[in-house]
Design a protein around this ligand. Sequence first.
Ligand code: HEC
Ligand code: HEC
Ligand code: HEC
Ligand code: HEC
Ligand code: HEC
Ligand code: HEC
Length: 494
Amino acid sequence: MAHASGPSLGNVIPGEFTHALSQVQYRVYQQDGKVWLSFDRDGAGEIHGKRELLFFIGSGHRGRTYVFGEDGFFFESPVNWYGQKGVWDMTPAYQNARHIPLNLPLSSECLSCHTNDLQQPVPGTENKYGVSIVTQEGIGCVRCHGPGDAHSKGSGPILNPAKLPASRRDAICMQCHLEGSVAIQQPGRSLRDFKPGEELQDYVHYFVLSQSGPGLPALSQFEALFQSVCKQKSGNAMSCMSCHDPHYSPSPAEKVAYYRSKCIACHGEKFAAKHHPNEQSCVICHMPAVTSSNVAHTQATDHRILRNPALGSLAATTQTQPALKRFPPSSEMASDRDLALAWQSLAEEGMESAVPEAEKYLRGALARHPDDSTLLTAMGFVAQKRGDLTQAKSMYEKALANDPLATVAATNLGVITAQAGDVGRAIALWQPAFDRQPGRSAIGVNLAKAFCAEGKPDEAILEIKRVLEFNPDLPEAQEMLQELSKNPSQCRLQ
Ligand code: HEC
Ligand code: HEC
Ligand code: HEC
Ligand code: HEC
Ligand code: HEC
Ligand code: HEC
């Protein structure tokens, strides 16, 4: 975890490749004391440019990505280093990109799991930071031991995670090692504010979507371990620390003996001596590598610790209706708000059957939290999807009244008002939203079109140039700029 992030300089993996689909040649290299990503396409749609890579994220063992800045906003590079294959290629989400995606916002979530600093983005932005975002390499003591004030002042010992009640102990690893299918921040709370020693569930509730069908679902180490007989029979006596020492990673040569000793701590020397004495590695048989482990955020080693991994888990998977379950299992009833936002988030990812589920819980949730702008925006989205623009509009208006920085509400409301003919209002909604999130090209393109409709070509050109500053390979914006520069008077007719 010491190499989870850090400055690019001194940590560059140079390389180049041509992405076939977009015909772009990408190159990562160091020059004059700086690290660069260049992108070049010749011929049709010719484009050449480069960005300075400031930080890296990921040790590179499985993968690594780099971060660049543009006018104070931070973005993830569109190309990744794939550690296992030893190649540079497009970021997983952009394998099929036909253009150069340079506007992938570096979310504060990435930073809170991969860096020591818990920087807050400037309010209303997703990825603008007023300060340096990575001030030390890797994850430091503070993330697991809490602020060291008391310790450094000599007034007391550091917080020892091993001595905490089980749920608080587990929370320390879970804050970064669990994503769930959905994670719902509790009202007014943010995972960033969590401090070691606290209960994680006061900040965030995790839900996993129960999956059925053959094959091993993509699991985190937490979800997998909780399915293991070892954990189920040992209860709180077993934790990540039963096998891992966060201060120490065994070298390849030490691994077999290291993990064997951890198994033996529970299963006993006597059992181990008689059980497959010809093979020292317990892990090779009971915790094999998961084959489809190219996804950075799922386990690469099977933490279900099965008796016979080839046979798979005996747990029946008869469920057909997808269901959301709290993880870790909680006796607390899931709130309407949790379920509403969890289904809503799945709906936004494209799961059609999640829409009615979200709506069902949203009503109850809004009755309890009538001023919750996250819920109001979610309800607006559901209503808009259903085609009920009157309700959608009223929900978005309320969301904005409670939180003027609610960008999604502003963006969607702008679309509804523009379609209804009130272009001036749409501009008033989109302009500040695009200022805060200039990487969101769709808002900028809409804004430019709106200025055209108002007969303001100069403003339209300004906005479309801003779109291209962050997303230079967007054909729609390139064409629009060309048209507008050639023939500003055509603007009104667009
Ligand atoms: C909830 C915490 C969390 C979030 C959010 C998160 N990561 Fe990770 N990431 C991890 C953990 C933990 C690992 C190591 C996982 C493993 O090996 O099983 C990891 C692994 C990686 C790796 C591979 C690193 C290696 O060791 O080879 C990359 C690259 C990466 N993450 C990038 C990102 C980016 C970019 C984002 C934001 C879009 C992000 N992560 C968001 C926790 C997180
Ligand atoms: C990824 C989480 C993590 C990080 C980062 C981390 N520790 Fe720890 N540390 C732990 C855990 C968990 C324990 C308890 C281990 C056990 O007893 O099984 C522990 C135990 C300790 C102990 C023993 C405490 C006692 O009361 O006996 C000391 C000392 C310590 N850590 C110092 C540090 C220092 C210094 C750093 C930074 C250089 C650091 N740790 C970084 C998780 C972490
Ligand atoms: C602040 C976020 C954070 C916390 C807290 C955290 N981890 Fe990690 N951990 C990561 C990231 C990120 C990676 C992947 C690092 C990389 O890119 O190499 C990782 C990697 C690991 C690895 C595999 C690589 C290695 O270094 O051996 C283990 C094992 C691990 N963590 C265990 C733990 C345990 C146990 C705890 C709780 C005591 C814990 N982690 C707490 C973020 C965290
Ligand atoms: C914290 C204690 C603990 C640790 C550490 C532990 N186990 Fe277990 N394990 C148990 C308990 C308890 C059971 C239940 C059966 C029993 O009592 O032997 C069990 C059961 C098992 C089973 C049988 C699973 C089944 O489906 O019936 C296997 C296989 C196993 N462990 C392998 C391992 C291996 C391999 C390791 C090390 C990588 C390991 N265990 C580490 C406590 C532990
Ligand atoms: C029974 C022992 C055991 C327990 C308990 C355990 N792990 Fe592991 N873990 C392993 C082994 C073995 C590996 C593979 C190490 C290797 O090959 O370098 C591993 C690997 C990892 C890795 C590297 C990525 C991967 O999947 O290979 C991470 C991250 C990790 N463990 C996190 C955790 C977390 C978080 C917990 C607690 C929820 C946990 N582990 C509990 C044995 C264990
Ligand atoms: C060569 C592969 C192999 C190795 C190495 C191995 N196991 Fe097993 N283990 C098995 C198989 C196969 C079974 C299931 C046997 C059965 O179902 O009768 C098993 C069963 C078990 C069980 C359940 C035993 C019972 O009687 O219910 C435990 C616990 C266990 N192994 C732990 C370990 C530990 C700990 C180590 C390392 C010291 C280890 N295994 C090494 C293949 C292996």
